[in-house]
Design a protein around this ligand. Structure first.
Ligand code: UDX
Length: 432
């Protein structure tokens, strides 16, 4: 089959490269961004993602994957087009479908033979049906078109592994024709397949992301209570983790969840629910807890110092989680804004997120090339991401290098006793 993929972001690119690696089909990845396409043609990944560079080189050599910015060529004779473009959030929390509609229109005017359009992007329930009707209304040629839902569950940093070892492949279809094509696409993937209708497939994606966001917010809520009543969230989480009904993942309390999915998808489902006359109280609570959690430590620090005016503050870790260069909705952003408004001199360090931070903060903050230079002579330090490099840092250096050894750790990177021993005033999450 000839499979076109619209969008070379995390979802589209990883899907394309993994499908190519499994063989059996010809893949063509399409993106409007020429610079990205040229990078990919030369075997380089435009995003930082483990194992992706090698896989791009390998599949380029294999020869069953192409990259292009010419959508007409790509879609004209494609059997299938995956739509994997972004669905950013609008100011009211709803999902913006402009990019998806843009691609749908391109498919409608370019496709010359029967085509199955597969939506991988996370979209509100009912969107697949809407897109199908939209494409049909714009069709240039008299061909058969159907839209199927195939939501993506990959997490950044483990995207390639998550695709090859997917716990399940969700297939939302309305006909046997579409189902058979979907099964053919994934014929070389052994993973369990869940076949359902389109609306349920769309809901599975939101229900998963929002449940995980709720789980994290629940743990953050419990962590805050732990601090008040003198319990330890890490022991509590461990005690919970042995219960199969709860599971051991996503029990880590911290400075709040971020990224391109949880914040957006919680708001989108809440919005969708409201617009259907139903209030999703659980998800509303998850959103609220997260907003408060993100500023928890900086607000605690404000009670300790008289003023942030002119003082050197270090921030270690900027990305929303380790092993990614992505800062979207990262807790570091709101914290840096809070400190900038109060005139702090902010010195930051992140192993891979600095370039993206520069795009947001420009010359308003100082970018350091090591943890040491970020904390040197500083009066307080915030840890926002649990990078290995930060967890393995010699904690004696906080005492040695900082003007005042005051550390606020949003990711519980160190043991409280160890920090006490080296003479650091240390605040973390859910531990006393
Ligand atoms: C998530 C989903 O996991 C993935 O299936 C979906 O397709 C996209 O959204 P991602 O955003 O890449 O993936 O990262 P994830 O590892 O899920 O973490 C999301 C956020 O939750 C991060 O900010 C992380 O720090 C936070 N988190 C996660 C916690 O605070 N505690 C945890 O125990 C787990």
């Amino acid at each position: 089959m000839k499979i076109a993929i619209a969008g070379t972001g995390y979802v589209g690119l990883v899907t394309g490269v993994c499908l190519a690696d499994k063989g059996g089909h010809n893949i063509i990845c399409v993106d409007v961004n020429e610079e990205k396409i040229n990078m990919l043609k030369s075997g380089k990944s435009p995003i930082y993602e483990k194992d992706l560079d090698e896989l791009i080189l390998k599949t380029n050599r294999q020869g069953n994957i192409e990259y292009t910015s010419n959508y007409e060529c790509a879609y004209s004779d494609a059997d299938v087009v995956f739509i994997a473009v972004g669905t950013p959030e609008r100011s009211d929390g709803s999902a913006n479908l402009d990019y998806i509609k843009g691609v749908a229109k391109q498919i409608a005017v370019s496709a010359e033979k029967d085509i199955l359009v597969i939506v991988k992007s996370t979209v509100p329930i009912g969107t697949n049906e809407y897109i199908e009707n939209y494409i049909k209304s714009q069709l240039k040629n008299n061909i058969k078109v159907e839209v199927a839902s195939n939501p993506e569950f990959l997490a950044q940093g483990t995207a390639v592994r998550d695709t090859f070892e997917a716990s399940r492949i969700v297939i939302g279809v309305e006909s046997k024709w579409a189902e058979n094509i979907m099964l053919d696409i994934y014929k070389n993937f052994e993973n369990p397949k869940v076949i359902t209708n389109r609306n349920s497939a769309e809901m599975i994606k939101y229900a998963c992301n929002d449940f995980l966001a709720l789980k994290v917010s629940y743990m953050n809520d419990i962590a805050n209570l732990c601090e008040i009543v003198g319990a330890n969230i890490e022991d509590v989480a461990e005690g919970m983790s042995y219960d199969d009904r709860i599971g051991k993942n996503f029990l880590k309390a911290g400075i709040g969840y971020g990224g391109s999915c949880f914040p957006k998808d919680t708001k989108a489902l809440h919005w969708l629910s409201n617009s259907n006359g139903y209030e999703l109280k659980t998800i509303k609570a998850a959103i609220e807890v997260n907003e408060i959690q993100k500023l928890k430590l900086v607000k605690k620090s404000a009670q300790i110092v008289d003023s942030f005016d002119g003082i050197k503050v270090s921030i270690l870790g900027l990305t929303y989680k380790p092993d990614t260069d992505d800062l979207r909705e990262a807790p570091s952003i709101v914290n840096i804004k809070y400190l900038l408004e109060r005139n702090a001199k902010i010195h930051v360090f992140d192993p891979v997120g600095m370039e993206n931070a520069k795009k947001i903060f420009g010359d308003q903050i100082y970018y350091e090339d090591s943890i040491e230079s970020a904390i040197d002579d500083s009066e307080m330090c915030f840890i926002m991401t649990e990078w290995e490099q930060i967890k393995e840092f010699d904690i004696n250096k906080y005492k040695k290098l900082m003007k005042k050894p005051l550390v606020f750790d949003g990711r519980n990177c160190y043991k409280i006793e160890d920090m006490k021993k080296v003479g650091v005033e240390y605040y973390s999450i859910g531990r006393v």
